[in-house]
Write a protein that binds this ligand. Structure first.
Ligand code: MG
Ligand code: MG
Length: 256
């Protein structure tokens, strides 16, 4: 089982700060998205993200995170790389690649975390479908982010959407509570049974993040100890939003 971390309910004032952090994070995404062209290096993308964060007086919670310390402000994961790809000045995007960008923003001690996957130039029909199914799975999960539902409802909605399209959800990497720490409780796996898990309450803020693979759900970590790739080399995609549970509709915090 996953190690369970503390769940911190946020006050409306804290959610307001996270909403602002989320807006800045979305502006970083927009900046990086503009640059997704053949020939651009993944280090260029990281530099642009850092510049945008800096212009808002913010930093990324990714830099220095974990063991070994993560060396950059965003992760850039190409094709079979699912998550945690490390930017590099020699790694250039090519026509037809699909690129997952994950970015976090810390503002006034609170974290917003979101990710998207997009194509470079023209991409295959199979890749396009993978992106569409993964993004729709995220929104299927977000729809369950309501008072009175359970974390298993989110997990089941994501898994069902993905598997109905003949694709696979990761087992090892999960959505998570987010706030003062990038990773708080509860863990929200991308698979599970409806009606199980923790009851959702207003003030919970969770980063939902379906990671989807075409071939099988199996992954492995490269020798750099960060980059996670599909075990069979098939394409993968990743979409993520930080979302707050409210008295009513789910509140997506990581949008412009
Ligand atoms: Mg993320
Ligand atoms: Mg996350």
């Amino acid at each position: 089982m996953f190690q369970e971390r503390r769940i911190n309910l946020k006050t409306p004032a804290e959610i307001k700060i996270m909403r602002e952090a989320g807006r800045i994070n979305a502006s970083v995404h927009a900046k990086v998205r503009e640059l997704l062209q053949p020939g651009v290096t993944t280090a260029d993308l990281n530099a642009a993200a850092e510049e945008t964060l800096k212009s808002h007086g913010c930093v990324s919670p990714f830099k220095g995170y974990g063991h070994p310390p993560y060396p950059a402000s965003i992760t850039v994961s190409i094709n079979d790389e699912m998550v945690h790809g490390i930017p590099h000045p020699k790694r250039r995007l090519k026509e037809g690649d699909i690129v997952s960008i994950d970015c976090g923003t810390v503002l006034d001690g609170f974290v917003a975390d979101s990710a998207f996957t997009a194509g470079v130039g023209h991409i295959s029909e199979q890749a396009q479908r993978l992106l569409e199914v993964t993004e729709a799975a995220l929104y299927a999960g977000i729809k369950q982010m309501r008072k009175g539902r359970r974390t298993g409802d989110i997990s089941a909605a994501i898994q069902k959407h993905v598997e109905n399209h003949g694709l696979h959800v990761t087992r090892e990497y999960t959505g998570h509570g987010v706030g003062r720490d990038m990773h708080e409780g509860p863990q929200v796996p991308n698979y599970g049974a409806a009606g199980t898990g923790l009851l959702l309450k207003p003030g919970m803020t969770i980063a939902l993040e379906p990671m989807v693979l075409i071939g099988t759900h199996e992954t492995r970590v490269l020798p750099d100890k960060w980059t996670v790739v599909s075990a069979d080399g098939s394409l993968t995609a990743h979409f993520e939003h930080t979302v707050a549970v409210s008295e009513g509709e789910p509140q997506i915090l990581t949008v412009l």
